[in-house]
Design a protein around this ligand. Structure first.
Ligand SMILES: NC(=O)c1ccc[n+]([C@@H]2O[C@H](COP(=O)([O-])OP(=O)(O)OC[C@H]3O[C@@H](n4cnc5c(N)ncnc54)[C@H](OP(=O)(O)O)[C@@H]3O)[C@@H](O)[C@H]2O)c1
Length: 286
């Protein structure tokens, strides 16, 4: 589908959510193109299994894994500091780990889980890896968003969805946050040689939603008869991470390896700026 590929020999790619679904396929493809992969996983057994597959597929570079529950800001900060201490240059960061939850629960840090994992982890990890990304400029950040943002509205007075929580709506809002974050990070970093783009992978038959609780896993699994494969879903991640066609593009939203227009609420630069400020406050970073 997306013909252009770069030789990624000598490049380092940090990726989240590579133990399953589209992240796993993207990691394997990027490794096959020569990149050295640095995974961030939450489960050691699944992380080691992915590493073993990468080493079998692309034995040259020293792929490695770090472990963190990305739902917790403190964990994201810790793992980012750990990686930044070891990697002087990061050429590609793929923020991809995400989930949906039927029931509203707060993390130990008091944030709603969907917002914490799907948005705050992207924000805090990118911030924590700023130095090695700038050190590798031209570098790229790729954020996995979703077309489901189209039905979402962001309510700044209720970012933790305390009122009338609904798992699907919380997910849609978090994916709207991914696009707004992409725009604001791009505005801040593109002048420093780091491009930032996001994508909709399509509706993919992955493990997505398996741990949502309630009836959502059954509904999602039933709907997956209409879904594309993780191999197809990974195409646009790999494209944005590697293609020379997007060397000079930043702040965009892509679907099927093409720039696409997100919903109007995802193009609201004031909302993007405010989301940045609120996220920085929550994360305790400037
Ligand atoms: N599937 C779709 O139809 C679809 C559509 C649009 C957008 N997306 C987006 O695509 C991205 C990847 O989803 P997928 O379909 O590949 O789903 P998936 O198969 O469920 O993979 C999700 C990945 O995120 C990781 N993860 C979940 N919670 C985590 C946590 N607390 N800390 C660290 N890692 C965590 C998972 O790790 P484990 O292996 O340990 O569970 C797994 O590697 C998500 O951002 C999702 O919103 C998916």
């Amino acid at each position: 589908m997306c013909a252009k590929r770069l030789d990624l020999q000598g490049k380092t790619c940090v990726i989240t959510g590579a133990t399953s679904g589209i992240g796993e396929v993207a990691a394997e493809r990027l490794a096959a193109m020569g990149a050295r992969l640095v995974l961030i996983a939450r489960d050691r057994a699944r992380g080691e299994a992915t590493l073993a597959r990468l080493r079998a597929r692309a034995p040259g570079p020293a792929h490695r894994a770090h472990y963190a529950d990305l739902m917790l800001i403190a964990e994201v900060k810790r793992v980012a500091a750990e990686i930044a201490a070891q990697e002087r240059r990061i050429d590609i960061l793929v923020n991809n780990a995400g989930a949906m939850f039927s029931f509203r629960r707060l993390t130990a840090e008091g944030l709603e889980r969907t917002f914490a994992l799907n948005h705050m982890a992207y924000f805090v990890l990118s911030h924590g890896l700023r130095e090695p990304l700038l050190g590798a400029a031209p570098a790229r950040v790729v954020n996995t968003a979703s077309a489901s943002h189209q039905s979402a509205q962001l309510h700044f007075e209720d970012l933790q969805f305390a009122r009338a929580y609904n798992g699907v709506s919380a997910y849609q809002r978090s994916k709207l946050c991914n696009i707004l974050f992409t725009r604001e990070l791009s505005r801040r970093w593109v002048g420093e040689g780091v491009t930032v783009n996001c994508l909709h992978p399509g509706f993919v038959a992955s493990n997505f939603g398996r741990e949502a609780g309630g009836l959502l896993p059954f509904a999602l699994r039933a709907a997956q008869v209409f879904a594309i494969s993780p191999e197809e879903g990974a195409e646009t991640i790999v494209y944005l991470a590697s293609s020379p066609e997007v060397d000079d593009l930043s702040g965009g939203y892509f679907f099927k390896c093409r720039a696409s227009a997100p919903a109007p609420q995802a193009e609201d630069d004031n909302a993007a700026r405010r989301l940045w400020q609120e996220s920085a406050k929550l994360a305790g970073i400037e």
